[in-house]
Design a protein around this ligand. Structure first.
Ligand SMILES: [Zn+2]
Length: 241
C-alpha cells in the first residue's frame, strides 16, 4: 500500500512538473536608444536586482561624450545586461528617408555593429517593429522591409517587440498602469498571440528609470512577474532560434 502511494505520488509529481514546464513563459525586458542621460541608474538597479535585460544601443549616443562612453563600459561589464544593435544614427529620427535608401540604412547598422564590437548579430530597427527570425518575418509598415531582408541575408536576427510600455513624453510617467501591463503579459503568455509562443518581448523606455527605483512602476511590475515561478526573464540571444 505504501509503495502504491509513493508511486502515485511520484506520478503526480511528474505530471505536475510537466504541466509546470509547459506553462513556462519567457519574458524579455528590452530597452532601446541607450545610452542616454539617466541610463546610469539602469546599471546599478540591474546589478542589485539581478534581472537579465537586453539593451539596444545607438552608437552615436555612445561616442557623444566621455560620460556616455562610461555608461556603455558599465553595460559591457554587467553580466545581466546584453547589448545589441539599434543602428548608429537612429535614422536621425527620419525613418522614411532612412529606409528609402536601403544600402545606407544597412551600412549604418553594420557600422554600429563594428564600432561597438557587439558580439551578437541581433538588431532592432529604429522606429520599426519588424522581425526576421527562424525563417519567419513580420512587418509593421512597408517602409523598411528591404532593409530588414538585407540584414537577414547578412546573418542578422531582426527582432521587434510584442508589447510596449508607453510613457508620457513630458515626465516619463507610464501610460498603462502596472496592473494593466501585468494582465497584458499574462494574456500574451497564455494566448500564444506573440511572435513566438510562450515568449513575450516587452519594449520599455529608459524614462521609466527617472523615478527612484523603490517607488517606480517598473519595479512593481518586475516584482509581480517575479512572484510567478513559471515566468523567466531572459536576454534576446536566448530567444528560440
Ligand atoms: Zn529606438
Amino acid at each position: 500500500m505504501k509503495k502504491t502511494i509513493s508511486f502515485l505520488g511520484i506520478t503526480l509529481l511528474m505530471i505536475f512538473n510537466q504541466i509546470h514546464a509547459q506553462n513556462k513563459c519567457y519574458i524579455y525586458l528590452t530597452f532601446d536608444d541607450g545610452p542616454l542621460n539617466g541610463s546610469e541608474n539602469i546599471n546599478d538597479i540591474i546589478l542589485k536586482e539581478k534581472i537579465k535585460i537586453s539593451v539596444f544601443m545607438v552608437g552615436e549616443h555612445v561616442i557623444k561624450d566621455k560620460q556616455m562612453d562610461t555608461y556603455a563600459k558599465y553595460y559591457d561589464e554587467n553580466p545581466y545586461i546584453d547589448e545589441y544593435n539599434h543602428s548608429f544614427t537612429h535614422a536621425n529620427n527620419h525613418y522614411e528617408v532612412f529606409y528609402n535608401d536601403v544600402q545606407k540604412s544597412v551600412n549604418d547598422i553594420v557600422y554600429n555593429q563594428n564600432l561597438l564590437k557587439l558580439p551578437y548579430k541581433i538588431v532592432r530597427l529604429p522606429g520599426r517593429n519588424m522581425w526576421r527570425l527562424n525563417g519567419k518575418s513580420k512587418n509593421d509598415v512597408s517602409n523598411g522591409i528591404q532593409t530588414a531582408d538585407q540584414l537577414a541575408k547578412l546573418g542578422y536576427k531582426v527582432v521587434g517587440w510584442d508589447i510596449e510600455w508607453q510613457h508620457r513624453n513630458n515626465d516619463g510617467t507610464p501610460i498603462q498602469s502596472v496592473d494593466e501591463m501585468y494582465k497584458s503579459v499574462q494574456n500574451l503568455c497564455n494566448s500564444g498571440n506573440t511572435f513566438t509562443k510562450n515568449n513575450v518581448v516587452m519594449l520599455i523606455h529608459d524614462e521609466m528609470f527617472q523615478k527612484s527605483w523603490e517607488e517606480s512602476e517598473l519595479k512593481q511590475l518586475i516584482d509581480l512577474l517575479r512572484s510567478k515561478p513559471n515566468y523567466v526573464f531572459e536576454q534576446m540571444r536566448f530567444y528560440p532560434q
